[in-house]
Design a protein around this ligand. Structure first.
Ligand code: 3HC
Ligand code: NAI
Length: 693
């Protein structure tokens, strides 16, 4: 028998062990070997079978790399039915994360035991899928229909305790899992226990409220725009209440295959692998020795500094915030406390946790308190001279080997590194606002940044629950650089006849968390205005005219109650403002632009294609390592819909040639300077190529 699955006899009990590192997924080889192992174990004179995994976790699910390829037998549902049909009790022993198909194999087993820190869940919905190996049919029989449906829809794992309480598992193992599972198996055998098949349990229909499924469908539709998986999950669980197990399983299979072939699942699966790929740096070995990071200093306790500090405190790392004076320090630390308290009020943290986190955050106004920290992140005003001054001071006081990072949005990391005597220790760590919430971290590699510094920060990002993407130095790095054309075209569409709510509505229907004009109002229109005013040779582009006028009228966005929209003082609800529409039409008249109507499709192309075009340049110039990194930046930093896979994956979906041709059309009919196609896009269009191979 292959080493990937082993069969071992211990007294009356057969032990089947899956050993398929790193997370024991049900690859084709595992499925085939398990089929043989169960045939052999079932045929032997043993009295029970324990199913377990070696390594760090029980099976974390089906092998996602096999999805979208021709299916290879044995299929997972058939294997799990084989397990359930064993003539003697099968006991699944769970540790780590029993997820997706892994959890389905546990519930196809007859009894379940788990270590106290095991986590059990169905993350399929996050991949645009549903549990496709009997999960939607067996779980309602074990947990009850309503609880099961919420569990599958949530996609979040639950603890062993919660699993025990809800009937998903039978026991929690005290001590060694294998020994506990063997003892449980022996006990079952000695008591004459028979196989207990989840598929044969009756469904408790009495506890299902009237109209339960209809109400669920409506509630879920409001929350999950554009993704079909949640609705199909409801269909499958409802099927479990109406059909027998065999028919219900066939229905589930049909829906699973339908979702597997959907573009939404393809996008979400791309994101799963892209996220993991992003943490890898080409040319730097995975086993590069890392620098220890047990303490962090942060310069500037403003909007960003405070949020950044919270990330480290949440991960148990002590932080020292340094400010210009005690008032600024108290204000910054006070905001951290308020944020924690708000989370505690929502039940996310206990009051004790809040105190624990706050205990890890201290303040100072003296650089002497940073002599021993392992990492410093500068988050002072976006002024290069102030940043140079800070880095000179850090160079003077920090211990050798300390990592020195800047959170700058636009400054040149190499110029910052050059004011120190240790450019190898300097890099950018660009967090996104609010820094304690947004998952993206752009890690900016300077010309001289040492490999171990980069490797350390990529690893650290995971510890503070960020998704890190590597960028080279360049204006706006990856994400902010690409925004220029996106906002420009949103503004031009207004002058050409679309309204703010039409542009934002089209982008929200596409799946963006917010439309570009609403984002402007949220961030504050004065930020872009000031940046434009500061440019030495400020180019005059019609796209800025409306925004400039709004700022000059005191309409800075949400903070002044009005920007592109008016905001209700009480509810903050966005309201259409005829005054803005009149202003736009007056400006368009002045520029002699004839208004016309737009379809949502045209709005999306006008706004998204500049992202793709600039993304192609970012790739060509080597600012980003790979197209999928750009996708991750946009999904985790800018609210791009994950089910579309990110802008570059979306371009692949539309086809490089179609995108290129449309950009050429815009170049020829709109503004040639703004719409020059990137050479890489042109090449992919000619070769029928893809950004993501
Ligand atoms: N298929 C293929 N590869 C997988 C995988 C899967 N289900 N799960 C993880 N991997 C790979 C990762 O891509 C990564 O590969 P790499 O080292 O080459 O980058 C490696 O395993 C380790 O993964 P992580 O870096 O994510 O390791 P962590 O320790 O941080 O997390 C985990 C472990 C919690 C198990 C996490 O990997 C995870 O959530 N995996 C996905 C689980 C999942 O979605 N399961 C459901 C699959 S769909 C299904 O089962 C359908 C069924 O109902 C029919
Ligand atoms: P902010 O103005 O809210 O905070 C800056 C803080 O730095 C202030 O509290 C100020 O007192 C302090 N400070 C200024 N000079 C200092 C010095 N010499 N020593 C110690 N403290 C000093 O600014 P914000 O928004 O937090 O931005 C900080 C940096 O983060 C900037 O470089 C900005 O570009 C960048 N950034 C900002 C984002 C945002 O959305 N606000 C997003 C990502 C990066």
């Amino acid at each position: 028998m292959s080493q990937i699955v082993t069969l071992e006899r211990r007294g009356d009990i057969e032990i089947i062990t899956i050993d398929n590192p790193p997370v024991n997924v049900f690859s084709h080889a595992v499925r085939a070997a398990l089929m043989d192992a169960f045939d052999e174990a079932d045929a032997s004179d043993s009295r029970a079978i324990v199913l377990r995994c070696a390594g760090r976790t029980y099976v974390a699910g089906a092998d996602i790399t096999e999805f979208g390829k021709p299916p290879q037998e044995p299929l997972l549902p058939d294997l799990l039915n084989r397990i359930e049909n064993c003539s003697k009790p099968v006991i699944a022993a769970l540790h780590g994360t029993a997820l997706g198909g892994g959890l389905e194999s546990a519930i196809a087993s007859h009894y379940r035991i788990a270590v106290p820190d095991a986590r059990l869940g169905f993350p399929e919905v996050l991949l645009g899928l549903l549990p496709g190996a009997g999960g939607t049919q067996r779980v309602p029989r074990l947990m009850g229909v309503e609880v099961a449906l919420d569990f599958i829809l949530a996609g979040k794992p639950i603890s062993a305790d919660a699993a025990l309480a809800s009937g998903l598992i039978d026991r929690i193992a005290a001590g060694n899992l294998l020994e506990a599972a063997l003892a449980y198996a022996q006990e079952l055998a000695d008591n004459g226990a028979v196989p207990r098949c989840s598929s044969k349990l009756p469904i408790d229909l009495d506890s299902v409220a009237e109209n339960f499924f209809e109400q669920k469908r409506a509630a879920v539709a409001r929350k999950t725009r554009g993704v079909p998986a949640p609705q199909r999950i409801i269909d499958c669980v409802e099927a479990a209440t109406k059909l027998d197990f065999r028919q219900g399983s066939a229905f589930e299979r049909e829906k699973f295959v339908e979702l597997m072939n959907s573009p939404e699942s393809a996008g979400l699966r791309h994101v799963f692998f892209a996220e993991r790929q992003a943490s890898k740096i080409e040319g730097i070995a995975r086993n590069t020795p890392l620098r220890p990071v047990n303490s962090v200093g942060i310069i500037g306790a403003g909007t960003m500094g405070g949020g950044i500090a919270m990330n480290f405190a949440n991960a148990g790392i002590a932080v020292t915030l340094l400010e210009l004076n005690t008032e600024a320090l108290d204000r910054g630390i006070g905001i951290c406390r308020k944020n924690y308290q708000r989370s505690a009020a929502k039940g996310r943290f206990t009051p004790e946790q809040v105190e624990h986190f706050m205990g890890l955050i201290s303040g100072t106004t003296s650089y002497e308190d940073l002599t021993d920290v392992d990492l410093v992140i500068e988050a002072v005003f976006e002024d290069p001279q102030i940043k140079y001054e800070v880095f000179r001071k850090l160079d003077a006081v920090c211990k050798p080997g300390a990592i020195l990072a800047s959170n700058t949005s636009y400054q040149d990391i190499d110029a910052i590194a050059a004011v120190t005597s240790r450019a190898q220790d300097v890099l950018g760590m660009h967090f996104f606002s609010p820094a304690n919430v947004m998952k993206l971290l752009e890690v900016v590699r300077g010309e001289k940044t040492a490999d171990d510094v980069l490797a350390t920060v990529m690893k650290l990002a995971k510890k503070i629950r960020k998704v890190a993407v590597l960028s080279r130095v360049g204006y706006g790095f990856i994400g902010n650089r690409m925004l220029g054309g996106y906002f420009r075209e949103a503004q031009m569409l207004l002058l050409e006849g679309a309204t703010p709510s039409q542009v934002d509505g089209a982008m929200q229907s596409f799946g963006m968390a917010m439309g570009p004009l609403a984002v402007g109002d949220l961030a504050g229109l004065d930020i872009g205005y000031k940046a434009r005013q500061a440019l030495p040779d400020r180019p005059d582009h019609p796209a800025t005219h409306v925004a400039d006028q709004l700022v000059e009228m005191g309409r800075l966005g949400q903070k002044t109650g009005a920007g592109y929209y008016r905001y209700d003082a009480e509810t903050r609800k966005r309201l259409v403002d005829p005054e803005v529409e009149a202003l736009i039409r007056a400006e368009a008249g002045r520029l002699a632009i004839e208004p016309r109507t737009f379809s949502d499709e045209e709005i999306v192309a006008r706004v998204i294609y500049p992202l793709i075009n600039e993304g192609a340049r970012v790739l060509e110039e080597g600012i980003a390592q790979r197209a999928s990194d750009i996708d991750i930046v946009y999904i985790y930093g800018y609210g791009f819909p994950a089910h579309r896979g990110g802008p570059m994956f979306y371009a692949d979906t539309v086809g490089a040639k179609a995108v290129y041709d449309r950009i050429c059309e815009f170049r020829d009919t709109l503004r040639a300077d703004d719409w020059q196609p990137a050479p890489l896009l042109e090449k992919l269009a000619a070769d029928n190529g893809r950004f993501n191979s």
